[in-house]
Design a protein around this ligand. Structure first.
Ligand code: CU
Length: 264
């Protein structure tokens, strides 16, 4: 066998082996398949699968063609490379195909996008909290018993987000310094927090339990620690109970702070 062909064969086998190792090593990692718990997440996962299928077919197709060409046309003594100035027909074809795929994807995802992002499809409910991102934490301001934000009975928590299962939940997202990104992986929600803007974000959960919130926009040296806990309560009563308890703890802490400041 010609050495060029041997190299081609080794290259192809190596690529298959490396892909296999990668898939195997990642098959039980968390980010490989983060389970989805929201209703909208199913539609987003569906879009991901479609895109993965298209890019997967193209990737495998081009690799097969590449290997075939390496195999079929090895170097030979006296063989000169052919100079091709351009091929109008080919270039038109390989411009039109990707362009049509992109147009198809753009049209296909529009329904899902409008459901999540358009203000007109935002559920008509009071925001459960105002979320302020800052270097490097998430500050949550919950409406107290009066269910209105920016009143005296608001509850403030840091990196601790709570809401109720099955109900559409709205937050108002802000940033006080730089760009951050509010990312709830299990809910398939990702929204930039932009200084100067208050952006409503909505989502829901089909499961109660503990999940995580992370910042998905590199925002400075402490970006890696900008994460929070998400608790989805089974019922509104459970949420109210938590709110009441956290509120009394906050009042107690504030009283202790005030006493300390007064020297008592
Ligand atoms: Cu960040």
């Amino acid at each position: 066998m010609k050495p060029e062909r041997l190299w081609t064969l080794l290259f192809a086998l190596g690529a298959i082996f490396a892909t296999g190792c990668f898939v195997y090593a990642r098959s039980d990692a968390d980010w490989w398949l983060v389970p989805n718990v929201s209703t909208i997440g199913r539609e987003i996962d569906h879009l991901f699968v479609i895109i993965l299928l298209i890019t997967g077919i193209v990737f495998i197709g081009t690799q097969v063609v590449l290997c075939y060409i390496l195999w079929k046309f090895p170097d030979a003594p006296g063989r000169k490379a052919e100079y091709v100035h351009g091929q109008m027909k080919l270039e038109v074809i390989w411009t039109i195909i990707p362009a049509s795929i992109l147009v198809f994807l753009a049209l296909y995802q529009m329904g899902t996008w409008s459901k999540i992002k358009f203000r007109s499809s935002m559920p008509k409910v009071q925001p459960v909290a105002e979320v302020t991102a800052r270097q490097f934490q998430w500050v949550f301001r919950y409406a107290g018993e009066d269910r209105r934000l920016h009143t005296d009975d608001d509850l403030i928590t840091v990196n601790d987000f709570h809401f109720v299962k099955s109900e559409p939940t709205v937050i108002h997202l802000r940033s006080t310094d730089v760009l951050h990104s509010f990312f709830l992986p299990q809910f398939r929600i990702k929204q930039d927090a932009v200084p100067g803007l208050t952006i409503p974000v909505w989502f829901d959960s089909e499961q109660s339990g503990k999940f995580e919130l992370v910042c998905a926009e590199l925002c400075g040296w402490g970006h890696y620690k900008m994460r929070g806990n998400v608790t989805v309560h089974e019922t509104q009563a459970e949420f109210d109970e938590w709110l009441k308890k956290a509120k009394s703890e906050q009042n107690r802490d504030q009283l202790a702070l005030a006493n300390a400041a007064n020297g008592g």
